[in-house]
Design a protein around this ligand. Structure first.
Ligand SMILES: CC(C)(COP(=O)(O)OP(=O)(O)OC[C@H]1O[C@@H](n2cnc3c(N)ncnc32)[C@H](O)[C@@H]1OP(=O)(O)O)[C@@H](O)C(=O)NCCC(=O)NCCS
Length: 237
């Protein structure tokens, strides 16, 4: 069993949304833990693990993937080793067709020792977590990756609010493209998200459509001190 799991809570207000749940883990890594966890992985996953250059990255992948298998297995009523995953065109993992009846969807995000696992029934879901930190080139990154409207909102923030605003924007954009499954093939200027500290997490626009009718919803989470996260989930089953 991979240790230390807690349930995430919504950042500003408790979530009234029972359409998804998020599990936060901060596993204690080590060779012994990773060796035990590796027994739950598929051959392909063990091969992927063997390609990591650094032991710590390898152990983090093994333990994180084993935990994903345990969490999926508990929801499917099967054994972790029996869970079969497939990958979308841009690498998004999903359950294999033989689990289609469960309609279980999931997504995963890691940052440092924090991993978030988001689950929903019948609705596509994306999650992203980041540590809030000061980046020397944050303004340049915002200029390159944020949309015009997001950039204006970011530059209007007080200096002291920028690190949080930056990572709120980053995680919200990532969660959206991870829900779509398209990775960075989906242009980041094609949609706007809210980012200002204290304002609700929202998709403001997707292409020409106002966020409120775009078919996706967003929630912000504080999964651990110093970290921000966002979840995006499809509106309808
Ligand atoms: C591929 C991508 C999902 C990587 O995201 P990331 O932030 O580097 O990493 P995360 O830890 O949040 O997510 C990785 C997990 O997402 C999942 N994932 C992989 N490809 C995915 C895809 N196309 N869609 C959704 N989820 C995906 C996997 O479960 C992966 O974990 P695993 O490798 O342990 O299985 C993608 O969004 C990306 O390359 N982003 C680059 C960052 C960027 O420029 N963002 C701009 C924001 S303004």
């Amino acid at each position: 069993m991979v240790p230390t799991t807690q349930q995430a809570r919504a950042a500003s207000a408790p979530s009234t949304d029972d359409a998804f749940d998020v599990v936060v883990t901060r596993p204690v890594l080590g060779r012994e833990v990773a060796r035990a966890a590796a027994a739950l992985l598929s051959d392909a996953e063990r091969q992927r693990a063997s390609r990591f250059l650094f032991d710590r990255d390898r152990d983090r992948f093994i333990v994180g993937r084993a935990r994903l298998r345990q969490l999926l297995a508990a929801r499917l009523g099967t054994r972790p080793e029996s869970v079969e995953l497939v990958y979308g065109a841009h690498g998004k993992p999903a359950l294999a067709r033989r689990f289609a009846d469960s309609d279980l969807r999931f997504n995963v995000s890691h940052c440092d020792d924090v991993t978030l696992y988001a689950f929903s029934c019948g609705r596509e879901i994306g999650v992203d977590v980041e540590a809030v930190r000061v980046l020397g080139d944050a303004d340049d990154i915002a200029g390159r990756f944020f949309s015009h409207r997001e950039n204006q909102a970011y530059r209007a923030l007080e200096r002291r609010d920028r690190p949080l605003g930056f990572f709120q924007c980053w995680t919200r954009k990532e969660a959206f493209i991870k829900a779509l499954g398209d990775g960075l093939s989906y242009p980041l200027d094609r949609f706007d998200v809210s980012l200002a500290p204290g304002e609700p997490a929202e998709i403001l626009r997707v292409e020409a459509m106002p966020g409120a009718c775009c078919g996706w919803r967003m929630e912000s989470l504080s999964p651990a001190p110093g970290f921000v996260a966002a979840v995006v989930i499809g509106d309808r089953e």
